[in-house]
Design a protein around this ligand. Structure first.
Ligand SMILES: [Zn+2]
Ligand SMILES: [Zn+2]
Length: 330
């Protein structure tokens, strides 16, 4: 089979590999689609701890083509989406039920070979069966969707709330759809890129979109702000857009070490709640249920499909305007 292997900073190669064999408690999956995420770029640029050589890619779905010894819950031919994150189960956060804060967290596509390959061996504990009418392409969005469900959990949206989503990439668009279903009374999405604003408008789940450069109409407006960019500017903007009593979720991953100037008095004056949201603690089952419900519209978020051969060049280039790019390995 062919696979995208990370060797060193700036060095990802497409290479031939033996098709791996599933061991005890594992299945072999023929990868149908694997989404590209900011983490993959961070790995390429040496901003994420991984031990090479490793097949990267962690947002994937596929069909089971073989099962290991003693596997009884899964069968050849079943379609699955992966939860890549594997907590250790023994550290203090894990034992307190906060598996997403695990001290020894590992993941497929980061510590173990992942989905930018024709085949992948996956422990059955990481596999979630896809309902019949959910496409494998949608299945590749189960992981980002599961992370967004954590973001929504942290946002505590009440029916009728004014909700602002900062950022119209795939994550911002998914958060906006979930915020709508959670009961947002008025929902505004902000992005610098016109294509992303019009995508949200055309898909019809936002009331309005704004260009943050030309609009300050949202100052003090939102009961809930979901920040989905991960920059110093937008985390500050989230505080500015917050209404008195608001909850802010800093969902976007700001680069480690970046510092933001904030006015602590603002947090006092408006009695703000600021929360983080990290990966997908026990949200994968609900992600599959949401795909099954048919109430999300996720496929249009996949604006580009590329082959394995195109992946190294794509990761090395600056991020473009596409909301979500997926690799179709075969
Ligand atoms: Zn990711
Ligand atoms: Zn742990």
């Amino acid at each position: 089979m062919r696979a995208a292997v990370f060797h060193a900073v700036g060095d990802i190669r497409i290479e031939p590999r033996e098709v791996p064999e599933p061991g005890k408690g594992e299945v072999l999956v023929r990868v149908a689609a694997c989404g590209i995420c900011g983490t993959d770029r961070h790995i390429l640029h040496g901003e994420f701890d991984v031990v090479p050589p490793i097949i990267i890619g962690h947002e994937y779905s596929g069909e089971i083509t073989a099962v290991g010894p003693d596997v009884t819950d899964f069968r050849v031919g079943e379609r699955v989406a992966m939860d890549p994150n594997m907590p250790c189960g023994v550290c203090r956060p894990c034992q307190r039920g906060q598996v997403h804060l695990c001290d020894n967290l590992t993941a497929l596509g980061v510590n173990y070979d992942g989905g930018f390959a024709e085949y992948s061996v996956v422990p059955t504990a990481q596999c979630y069966k896809l309902p019949e009418h959910v496409s494998l392409l949608e299945g590749s969005l189960a992981e980002p969707l599961a992370c967004c469900l954590r973001g929504i959990q942290q946002a505590h949206i009440q029916p009728g709330d004014r909700v602002a989503v900062i950022g119209g990439g795939a994550i911002g668009q998914i958060l906006a759809q979930l915020a709508r279903l959670t009961g947002a009374g008025k929902l505004v999405l902000s992005d610098l890129i016109e294509e992303r604003r019009s995508m949200a408008e055309q898909l019809g789940y936002v009331d309005e979109t704004v260009d943050p450069h030309t609009s300050d109409a949202l100052l003090g407006w939102a009961d809930v702000v979901l920040e989905a960019v991960g920059s110093v500017t937008t985390t500050q903007q989230a505080l500015q857009w917050a209404a008195p009593g608001a909850t802010i979720v800093w969902f976007g991953v700001t680069p480690p070490g970046d510092m933001a100037a904030i006015e602590p008095n603002l947090v006092f004056r408006k009695e703000l709640t600021i929360r983080g949201a990290r990966i997908n603690p026990f949200t994968h089952t609900r992600a599959i249920a949401m795909l099954d419900s048919g109430r999300l519209n996720l496929e249009p978020l996949i604006t580009k499909r590329i082959s394995l051969d195109e992946l190294p060049g794509f990761l090395a280039a600056a991020p473009g305007k596409d909301t979500k790019t997926v690799v179709i390995p075969a």
